[in-house]
Design a binder for this molecule. Structure first.
Ligand SMILES: [Zn+2]
Length: 296
């Protein structure tokens, strides 16, 4: 897709892969009338969307590259290649992610800052790559920003989070060992100031230290919401717990607040897992919301 210009800032998408999973395995509780309402504005020909039992929920896995004030910032780093994972669908991947980054116009060494919205395996994978049998930072000139709260949580290898602990070991620790990681609070300002720069905001629930990345530079606000909302069906069913939210009640409250804010401020949204162009605007639609994608 074409880069998106917002004032003096430019945003590029770098795709890694699409992952289809059964809808009800992620969002138990979606009904056929939800899907009928969704189908009024969501076209996804390879997903069945009339029967929840047989519908798929296909995640796009991609990164965003922000160019702002001469800085090049990478938001979320997908699954990564050659990683041992206990989830078969992402075990030992070999995807042309770096080629896609090059197609967008960037070499790994061009990245100044890497920002992970949270420390789940599908947001940290390309932080490192295998070099002579060792995990080294992929973006050799970058500082990496990690949420202090997520770091503390995942470093303890908490029960039920084994997959993310695998990623912590091969995609976070080597960055810290190389002296390139920064553990920050959830209101960290990465560049400039609020309203004219890049800053984090807390978005707790999906993980303990989940944040959104916010950016603005003489144009409309941009919101990189990570996994606050995974799929457009959650515009209608923001109340439903997502199967992998650590704290479903808190995640739901964060989701609703994020949707309201995005709709009211006419924010350009950059979700971590929406398909097609991914970027778009949240619109109010009666008592729920709908999504309007930007053109390709
Ligand atoms: Zn994710």
């Amino acid at each position: 897709m074409n880069p998106i210009r917002l004032g003096r800032m430019i945003v590029h998408k770098v795709h890694e892969m699409d992952s289809p999973v059964p809808l009800l395995s992620q969002l138990p509780g979606v009904t056929s009338s939800d899907l009928a309402r969704l189908s009024a504005w969501y076209e996804a020909p390879d997903e069945i969307i009339d029967d929840p039992e047989t519908s798929l929920m296909t995640f796009s896995v991609h990164s965003w590259v922000i160019e702002i004030d001469g800085l090049t910032i990478l938001v979320d780093t997908c699954d990564g290649n050659h990683k041992n994972r206990s989830l078969q669908a992402v075990h030992q991947l070999d995807r042309p992610y770096l080629r896609n980054l090059a197609k967008a116009g960037f070499r790994p060494e061009d990245i100044d800052l890497v920002m992970c919205t949270h420390l789940h395996f599908d947001h940290v994978g390309w932080n490192t790559r295998l070099e002579n049998g060792k995990w080294v930072p992929t973006f050799s000139n970058a500082r990496y920003v990690f949420s202090q709260r997520d770091y503390a949580y995942f470093s303890r290898n908490p029960a039920g989070e084994e997959l993310h602990f695998e990623a912590f070991q091969d995609s976070i620790l080597p960055v810290m060992d190389a002296g390139r990681g920064m553990l920050v609070d959830e209101d960290f300002i990465a560049h400039g100031q609020i309203g004219e720069g890049i800053w984090l905001e807390p978005a707790f629930g999906h993980s303990p230290g989940c944040v959104t990345v916010n950016a603005q530079d003489d144009g409309p606000p941009a919101l990189f919401w990570g996994d606050v909302i995974h799929h457009p069906v959650q515009m209608l069913r923001f109340d439903l717990p997502f199967a992998f939210d650590m704290d479903p009640v808190m995640a739901s409250a964060t989701r609703i607040a994020t949707l309201e804010r995005a709709a009211d401020a006419e924010t350009m949204c950059f979700p971590a897992h929406f398909r097609r162009t991914s970027a778009g605007h949240v619109k109010r639609d009666g008592d729920v919301f709908r999504y309007e994608w930007v053109e390709a």
